[in-house]
Design a protein around this ligand. Structure first.
Ligand SMILES: [Zn+2]
Length: 256
């Protein structure tokens, strides 16, 4: 008995160590393999969203080139407008949420409320033309990281776009919007792919039925397009993907 133990032990010990080592390796291989499993094609759009957020972080690093305004949100007016404690009214830059009486108006306002109400925010605005014709501050709203509950990076327009409760809306180009646009487009494309919110109300296809202008697209009989000589035809899908928004007069591509 004692002889067996003495002769077996030196062999058993390296064997046990080897088994431990292999199981340890297997365990770690599994752990390190997990991220690549997350990045399978079906989750591609989520990965795109993460990339888009890193782009926004880069924009924040260069925030010195833009105007900063800090306060807290006292009232949410609708999906894309809030009033701050210091009475400044803020209209989110580069997006549009449904108007009153339109589908998803209530959802967009609720989402905005959930994101910013009573929270400290930082508004990043262009250095020039930072106010609109109503005197509102035009800017990108970020929830301050010190807000409770602690937030990672909450870029409010980005969240509204990725939830399908806003679409990109460009009035004038400016350096701030240009640097954010690729991330906005990724967020919007994600919501289109997932058919979220407002995207259920649009007819999205590749038929070149609409007329493109720089930032909008129109029905061919829109009164704003009358007498136009050079016509650039565009499909609803390409129009949205390029960051154009539907004309507010002719309201193209809506489901009947
Ligand atoms: Zn139009």
């Amino acid at each position: 008995m004692s002889k067996q133990n003495r002769s077996g032990f030196p062999i058993l010990r390296p064997l046990a160590l080897l088994i431990l080592l292999i199981s340890g390796l297997l365990y770690f291989t599994q752990i390190f393999n997990e991220p690549s499993q997350v990045e399978e094609p079906k989750n591609q759009s989520r990965v795109d969203l993460r990339e888009a957020l890193s782009q926004i972080k880069l924009v924040l690093l260069s925030s010195g080139s833009f105007q900063n305004h800090s306060s807290s949100v006292s009232k949410v007016i609708d999906g894309d407008t809030v009033r701050l404690k210091d009475q400044t009214e803020v209209r989110y830059l580069g997006i549009d949420t449904p108007e009153k009486a339109s589908p998803f108006y209530r959802e967009a306002s609720q989402k905005n409320r959930q994101l910013v109400e009573d929270k400290s925010v930082v508004i990043l605005s262009p250095k020039h033309k930072s106010r609109d014709s109503y005197g509102r501050l035009i800017g990108v709203t970020f929830v301050s990281p010190e807000s409770k509950p602690p937030a990672d990076l909450v870029c409010v327009p980005f969240r509204l776009l990725s939830s399908g409760l806003a679409h990109i809306y460009i009035k004038d180009s400016n350096p701030l919007l240009s640097s954010l646009l690729p991330a906005y487009q990724q967020a919007q494309n994600y919501a289109i792919q997932q058919n979220l919110g407002i995207w259920k109300t649009f007819r999205l296809n590749s038929k070149n039925d609409f007329i493109a202008t720089r930032f909008r697209f129109h029905k061919k009989d829109c009164r704003h397009m009358q007498g136009r000589k050079k016509i650039q035809w565009i499909s609803s899908l390409t129009a949205f993907k390029s960051g154009r928004s539907p004309c507010r007069t002719c309201r193209p591509a809506l489901h009947p």
